[in-house]
Design a protein around this ligand. Structure first.
Ligand code: ADP
Ligand code: MG
Length: 244
């Protein structure tokens, strides 16, 4: 049960690390990483929708918008989650918001030396009876996608070698951290020469039950290999690495 003690220590640490602030007569709740908390940031976050809409949109989906924003001299990424159905509103009555889940998992991954952009804050906006919107703010990671990294013609063989090692280590560390990611698309893997950074933790979970963890990680590996459907050679190389 070594991991369980580690998990309990982590929860204590995260509680100490987090500052909870209520605003707009209790309708807006912000969880701050202590280092990111300032009066200036707090005031800016009062107008978070404006910040998202004026920023550089990295992706606009049905239920989420991802925007790169300059926030008081710091480049951050804000991901907005809309509760766009009654069902997702009801789910969020009993579960934490998507943004909070990502915040928790991102801290846990970093605690386990798995690279993911540093989470800075979570904003939850209550509109009516149900929690309607939540926002995750993270540091901007100036990395390129896994696809671009592997195809970089100047050193693609070196990059493939490095990625093989990193992917092997990444999966074994995820297993030790009891986490599955849930969406191992190459666009959710940001690369730098010495790092692979996981983003999009919307469907990432911490598993208390070992069997579930193994099943979900198997699914993650399958999804990861699907990234190379167009290149059977690469797919085979990564399949070998992951079967070791
Ligand atoms: N912290 C970040 N730093 C740099 N780029 C990011 C960051 N977060 C997300 N992105 C970019 O935005 C894209 C969309 O974000 P993501 O969380 O994957 O949204 P979605 O759930 O819509 O796929 C990612 O594929 C990545 O390229
Ligand atoms: Mg994504």
């Amino acid at each position: 049960m070594h991991w369980f003690h580690k998990y309990c220590d982590f929860v204590k640490w995260l509680n100490k690390q987090t500052l909870r602030v209520k605003m707009r007569r209790g309708k807006q709740r912000v969880y701050f990483n202590k280092g990111f908390h300032s009066q200036k940031n707090l005031l800016s976050l009062e107008h978070i929708d404006e910040l998202v809409d004026k920023g550089e949109i990295l992706k606009r989906g049905n239920s989420t918008t991802v925007s790169k924003v300059e926030l008081n001299d710091q480049t951050v990424v804000i991901k907005r989650y809309n509760t766009n159905s009654i069902w997702s509103g009801i789910k969020q009555l009993v579960k934490v918001t998507y943004a909070y889940n990502c915040w928790f998992i991102a801290h846990w991954l970093r605690w386990n030396n798995i690279s993911t952009p540093k989470p800075l804050a979570v904003v939850e906006l209550k509109l009516g009876f149900l929690w309607k919107r939540s926002y995750l703010i993270t540091e901007y990671a100036p990395f390129c996608s896994l696809d671009d990294f592997l195809q970089d013609p100047t050193h693609s063989e070196i990059n493939i070698d490095k990625t093989e090692q990193r992917i092997r280590v990444l999966f074994s560390t995820l297993r030790k951290a009891h986490v599955s990611h849930g969406d191992f698309k190459s666009s959710n893997l940001l690369c730098l020469q010495d790092d692979i950074c996981l983003v999009d933790l919307d469907h990432a979970y911490f598993h208390f039950v070992g069997v579930m963890l193994l099943l979900r990680l198997k699914r993650d590996k399958k999804r990861f290999l699907k990234n190379f459907n167009d290149s059977s050679k690469l797919q085979e190389r990564f399949r070998k690495v992951l079967s070791k």
